[in-house]
Design a protein around this ligand. Structure first.
Ligand SMILES: *[C@@H]1O[C@H](CO)[C@@H](O)[C@H](O)[C@H]1NC(C)=O
Ligand SMILES: *[C@@H]1O[C@H](CO)[C@@H](O)[C@H](O)[C@H]1NC(C)=O
Length: 221
C-alpha cells in the first residue's frame, strides 16, 4: 500500500514536471513551417510595435488575443529597481489587450535588429537600442527575444500568416534604467566604477588572460 502510494506520487510529480518542462517533449516538426520571409515579417512586426508610433491595428493582426509577454527586463523597468509592482518571473503582459494598453503608452524607441533566426514556428532575434531614454552619456541596450508563433486562423494568404503567441524577451535593463534616469552609477571621470563590486574580479581575470596571451604572442614572434 505504502509503496504504491509513493510510486503514484512519484508518477504524479513526474507528470507535473514533464508538462511544466515542455522543452523535454518538443513538438514534432510539421510540414507547414514558416518561410524565411514569414519569419522576417514576424520580426518586423515586433520591431514596428516598439519602434514606430503605436499601431493597435498591427498589434491586433500580429498577435493572438491570448498573447503573453514574459520579460523581467520590462518588469524591472516598470518597478524602477524596486520589488514591485510587478513580480519578477511572472508575465509582464497577460493578454494582447494588456500589451496594447501598456506598450501603447510608450513613445517610439530606437530599435535595430542585429541577428534573426527562425525554426518551424518560432522567431529569435538579437537587437540593440542606441538610446532608449534621454539621459547622457547614452548607454546602448542590447537584448534577445524568442517569439513563439502560430499559423493565423485567417489563413496562410492573410496579411499576417503567423501570429505571435508568446514573447520571452530579456535585455540589459541596467543600462536602460540608467538611460531613463532611474539608476545613477557612481563613476570616476574615466567612466569606471568608483566602488568596484565583486564582478570586477571577472574583468581583472580577463585582463590577466589578455596580458599573458599578448606576452605569449610577443615571445613567439
Ligand atoms: C497600422 O497597421 C495596419 C495593419 O498593418 C496598417 O494597414 C496601417 O497602415 C498602419 N497604420 C499606420 C498609421 O501605419
Ligand atoms: C525614474 O526616473 C524618472 C525620470 O527621471 C523620475 O521622474 C522618477 O521619479 C524616477 N523613479 C525612481 C523610482 O527613481
Amino acid at each position: 500500500m505504502r509503496s504504491t502510494g509513493l510510486s503514484s506520487l512519484a508518477l504524479l510529480a513526474l507528470g507535473t514536471f514533464a508538462s511544466a518542462e515542455s522543452w523535454l517533449n518538443p513538438k514534432p516538426r510539421s510540414s507547414a513551417c514558416m518561410s524565411n520571409s514569414e519569419a522576417r515579417k514576424v520580426a518586423q512586426n515586433f520591431k514596428d510595435l516598439i519602434n514606430l508610433p503605436f499601431n493597435t491595428t498591427l498589434a491586433e493582426e500580429a498577435m493572438v488575443p491570448t498573447f503573453q509577454d514574459f520579460s523581467d527586463g520590462v518588469n524591472e523597468l516598470i518597478n524602477a529597481g524596486c520589488p514591485g509592482p510587478n513580480t519578477l518571473g511572472e508575465a509582464t503582459f497577460r493578454s494582447r489587450e494588456e500589451f496594447v494598453k501598456g506598450q501603447g503608452t510608450q513613445a517610439p524607441i530606437p530599435f535595430e535588429i542585429l541577428n534573426l533566426w527562425s525554426t518551424c514556428d518560432s522567431v529569435h532575434l538579437r537587437w540593440r537600442s542606441s538610446a532608449p531614454g534621454p539621459v547622457t552619456p547614452e548607454l546602448p541596450v542590447t537584448g534577445i527575444v524568442a517569439i513563439e508563433t502560430a499559423p493565423n486562423p485567417a489563413g496562410s494568404s492573410s496579411e499576417q500568416p503567423w501570429q505571435m503567441v508568446t514573447v520571452f524577451s530579456e535585455f540589459n535593463s541596467g543600462a536602460w534604467l540608467s538611460d531613463i534616469g532611474n539608476f545613477t552609477a557612481s563613476c570616476t571621470r574615466a567612466g569606471l566604477p568608483k566602488k568596484p563590486n565583486g564582478m570586477m574580479k571577472v574583468y581583472d581575470a580577463c585582463q590577466d588572460v589578455s596580458k599573458s596571451s599578448s606576452s605569449a604572442y610577443a615571445q613567439a614572434t
